[in-house]
Design a protein around this ligand. Sequence first.
Ligand SMILES: *Cc1c(COP(=O)(O)O)cnc(C)c1O
Length: 417
Amino acid sequence: MTTGLWRRARALIPGGVNSPVRAWKAVGGEEPFFARRGEGAYVEDTEGRRYVDWVMSWGPLVFGHADPEIVEAVQEAAADGTTFGTPTEREVELAEEIVDAVPSVEKVRLVSSGTEAAMSAIRLARGATRRDRILKFAGCYHGHVDALLAEAGSGLATLGLPASPGIPRAAAGDTIVTAYNDIDAAAAAVERYGEGLAAVIVEPIAGNMGVVPPAPGFLEALRALCDASGALLVFDEVITGFRVARGGAQQLYGISPDLTVLGKIAGGGLPLAAFGGRAEIMDELAPSGPVYQAGTLSGNPLATAAALVALRRLRDPEVYRRLEETGAALEAGLSLPGVIVQRVGGMLTAFLNDGPVWNFPSAQGADTERYGELFRHLLEHGVYIAPSQFEAMFVSTAHGPAEVERTIEAARELLGG
Ligand SMILES: *Cc1c(COP(=O)(O)O)cnc(C)c1O
């Protein structure tokens, strides 16, 4: 790269990146491009090359890059001050918007990242139940918090890491992991640990081992197991929230969790996330209750301005009709020899695999070498997909038939069909 940016980055930043999957290590890429600007469905690198972008910052950009209305709202907000550390009107408006959208959420607290939201939801579940153990599922990612990083998919799967050093045994000692979509295994774990179980946390549609929808009855079974054992059911809807429906996967499948974790789209492209749920549980949080949680930049004025524009526009069902239409066209076109496309609405993964993927071990059977080839081939043809087999493609309203067509044509050239 003529600018030497990658050399400078690696000299100063571990691995050259501020989040591991950005390094393209899993797809045989020598160096990632450096984004200079984005517009709609396209991202442009520092060399001036333009790509159809199916990564969309890993999910947040449901209206594409630099949406004019969001940019204007952020600019206006910034001119009035970038942070106050005292309540603002937009925080209340955003809480109203989230509570209106997400069926099970009666009260909500804003934070700055999905990791922070998941971490706080777990603390709250433990504090509210006065229990310690949590049950999670292999291949589900809930941010990089100690207790949740066991068999966590996403970047760990990408880099082939079983878990991370630096996590004290005690911090993960109360984390139980069973297989996604395996009702019997979850029931056995609850049978064994149920009395001490604070929470069952799950991605209601897995997105961090590639897209894996819940098997029929899986989420219902988790709800019943929680009801029987007194554990709280926590849906991590950081990806699915506002994406698969305005009210997330819980609206789509009609299942009511006790707590919900939100992020990505919820922030309108700025650093904002949230967790919420039944009022009686949320009121356990300080200052109304004893469970402590705080943040200097929580409910940040720029982030709430962007989020409000995004979430208000998502009231229009036409948005979801369009995401479904574009997603379906992409699914149909990418269903080529050797490819299994798994999709829910505007999130999908093209698995280079012989058959459907239903849990983490079956995802790991995918041909990651071949995926790397596909990634590099598409990139040469101006199409940017996730630099890992174990991630999703994200459709935005800025994507249309032209972007789908270009993607399918390039993929067909490599894969045939
Ligand atoms: C991205 C993600 C997170 C973590 O969010 P960050 O903002 O990256 O900390 C948590 N849960 C799920 C399901 C995610 O996809």
